[in-house]
Ligand binder design. Structure first.
Ligand SMILES: Cc1cc2nc3c(=O)[nH]c(=O)nc-3n(C[C@H](O)[C@H](O)[C@H](O)COP(=O)(O)O)c2cc1C
Length: 437
C-alpha cells in the first residue's frame, strides 16, 4: 500500500563550508554568502520537501583540540543558522526552515521574541531543532556543564517558558477595531511569571500570537531522556536506527508511548528516519561503488581519519594504520558511545585500519545493507518504511548544488510517480504541511 511520506533534508555541515575538501565540489561558492543555501532551499521546495534542518554546534569543542576541528573544516567554522533562516524564507514560499538551537545559548524571552518574529515573517514556516549539547557550556557562562539528562531538563524548562511567552496573549487580546480605535486589550495579556531551576523571567511577550500554530519543534535525541523530551515537546522526531521492520516499529512505538504518557496523541509526532543515500543511474554502478568501498585505499582511510579526528577531538591521522587503536588516547571529554561506535564489534585489538575500513564500507539499498542504489530501489525502501507505518525520511548531506542534484534529479520523479512524494503544498506553513497527510 503506497501512501505519501514526508521528506526532510538535514544540512549536515550546517551554515559552514559546503563541499570543502572534496575536489569534485570545488565550484567557488562562497559559503558565507546566502546564494548557495538559497539555491538549495529552492530546489528542495521544487522537490516537495517539508523542511530543511540546518545542523549546528556553536562551539569548536575542547580548547586543546581546536586545530583538529578547523584544519579540514569538519567542525568549523560555522555561522549561526538562525540568522540564515530569513534569507531561506525569502527564497521560498512553502519550505519549512529549521535552524538548530541550543537552549544554553538563548535567554527564554529573547528566544521567544526572535522565534515569534521569524514565525510571522515566514508565514508560519519556522521549526527549531532543539539540541542539548553540553560541550559548548563554557561559551555561555562559567557554570560547570550540566550532565546529559540535566541538559534535557533545562531544555524542557526553557521550551515551556518560551511557549508560555508565545501564549501570553489570550485569543481575544487582539481587537484591531478601527471604529473604536482599540488595537489590543492589555487586560487579556497573561503576566507569565517564571521562577525555575535554570531561568527566571517575567512576561508577557511583546509580540503577536500565531494564527497557524507555534514554530514546529524538532528533536534528535534517541536516549530514554531524549525520547521523553520528544514525547512531551516535539512535532518531528529525527530517528537514527537500523531500517529493519522490528527496529522501525520499536523506535516508533517508543516515541508514541512517550507522547501518550504525556497526554498527547501519537499522530502529533512525525518520525523521520535519517538516511544518507547515494543514488546511482544503474544497479551495476551501485554494485561497483559498493565493491570498491570494501577495499578503500590509504588516502580514503586518511580522509575518514580526519573526520573522525574532528568528531572525536582526538588526532587519529598521525597513528599507524596497522597497529591496534589504544583507546587511552581519548580524553575524558570524548563520549564513550562515540568511541564504541568507532570500535564496533571489532574490539581494541583490531588495527586502526580495520575500524576505518568498516566506516568506509557502503552497502546496497536493495539488500538493506546500506544506502547505495537506484532511485527505484530507494523508492522501494521508502515505500516499505511507509508500509510499516512510518511518516517519512530525512536525507542527510551537504548543501552543495551538485550533491542535491545527484541525489534528487532522478529520485523526485520516481517518488512522485509512485505516490510517495507530495506534488503540492497546502497553505498554513510547516504545521499544516506536516499534518496534511
Ligand atoms: C538526525 C540527527 C541530527 C542531529 N543534529 C544535531 C545538531 O545539529 N547539533 C547537535 O549538537 N547535535 C545534533 N544531534 C545530536 C543530538 O542532539 C544528541 O546529542 C544525540 O542524538 C544524543 O542524544 P541522546 O543521548 O538523547 O541520544 C543530531 C542527532 C541526530 C540523530
Amino acid at each position: 500500500m503506497t501512501r505519501l511520506q514526508h521528506f526532510g533534508w538535514f544540512l549536515a555541515r550546517g551554515f559552514g563550508p559546503q563541499g570543502w575538501g572534496q575536489p569534485a565540489l570545488d565550484w567557488d561558492y562562497d559559503w558565507t554568502r546566502p546564494e548557495v543555501y538559497r539555491e538549495g532551499a529552492r530546489l528542495l521546495e521544487h522537490a516537495g520537501f517539508d523542511l530543511v534542518i540546518i545542523e549546528d554546534a556553536p562551539s569548536l569543542g575542547s580548547p586543546s583540540t581546536i586545530d583538529l576541528r578547523v584544519r579540514h573544516a569538519f567542525g568549523g567554522p560555522k555561522h549561526d543558522p538562525l540568522l540564515l533562516a530569513p534569507s531561506l524564507f525569502d527564497a521560498t514560499s512553502h519550505l519549512g526552515v529549521v535552524p538548530t538551537v541550543n537552549p544554553a545559548a538563548y535567554l527564554p524571552y529573547t528566544a521567544a521574541r526572535q522565534f515569534a518574529t521569524l514565525q510571522h515573517l515566514s508565514g508560519h514556516r519556522l521549526g527549531l531543532n532543539v539540541v542539548t549539547d553540553t560541550g559548548s557550556a563554557r561559551h555561555f557562562s562559567d557554570a560547570p556543564p550540566l550532565g546529559h539528562d540535566a541538559a534535557y531538563d533545562r531544555a524542557e524548562e526553557w521550551l515551556a517558558g518560551v511557549r508560555a511567552l508565545w501564549h501570553s496573549w489570550e485569543d481575544d487580546a487582539l481587537i484591531a477595531d478601527s471604529a473604536t480605535g482599540v488595537y489590543a486589550a492589555g487586560s487579556k495579556l497573561r503576566p507569565v511569571r517564571h521562577r525555575g531551576t535554570h531561568y527566571s523571567f517575567d512576561g508577557p511577550l511583546n509580540a503577536l500570537p500565531f494564527s497557524d500554530g507555534d514554530p514546529a519543534i524538532v528533536s534528535p535525541g534517541g536516549s530514554p531522556r531524549g525520547l521523553a523530551f520528544a514525547g512531551t515537546n516535539s512535532d518531528v522526531q529525527l530517528a537514527l536506527a537500523p531500517l529493519n521492520e522490528a527496529s522501525v516499529r520499536d523506535y516508533r512505538a517508543k516515541v508514541h508511548a512517550a507522547a501518550v504518557a504525556r497526554g498527547r496523541h501519537p499522530d502529533e509526532i512525525k518520525v523521520l528516519f535519517a538516511v544518507q543515500p547515494v543514488i546511482t543511474p544503474s544497479a551495476e554502478e551501485a554494485d561497483r561503488i559498493v565493491a570498491s568501498s570494501a577495499r578503500p585505499d590509504d588516502s580514503a582511510l586518511v580522509q575518514i581519519a580526519r573526520k573522525q579526528s574532528s568528531d572525536l577531538e582526538t588526532d587519529l591521522t598521525s597513528l599507524d594504520l596497522d597497529r591496534p587503536l589504544d583507546i587511552s588516547i581519548f580524553g575524558d571529554h570524548v563520549s564513550r558511545g562515540s568511541i564504541q561506535r568507532l570500535l564496533g564489534d571489532r574490539g581494541e585489538t583490531a588495527p586502526l585500519r580495520a575500524h576505518l575500513t568498516a566506516l568506509a564500507r557502503m552497502g546496497r539499498i536493495s539488500d538493506r545493507t546500506g544506502f547505495v542504489g537506484t532511485a527505484e530501489e530507494f523508492a522501494d525502501m521508502v515505500e516499505e518504511l511507509g508500509d510499516w507505518g512510518n511518516d517519512g525520511v530525512l536525507l542527510w548531506g551537504d548543501f552543495h548544488p551538485v550533491t542535491l542534484h545527484r541525489t534528487l534529479d532522478e529520485l523526485v520523479p520516481v517518488l512522485r510517480r509512485r505516490g510517495l512524494l507530495r506534488r503540492e503544498y497546502v497553505d498554513g506553513g510547516l504545521h499544516a504541511n506536516l499534518h496534511a497527510f
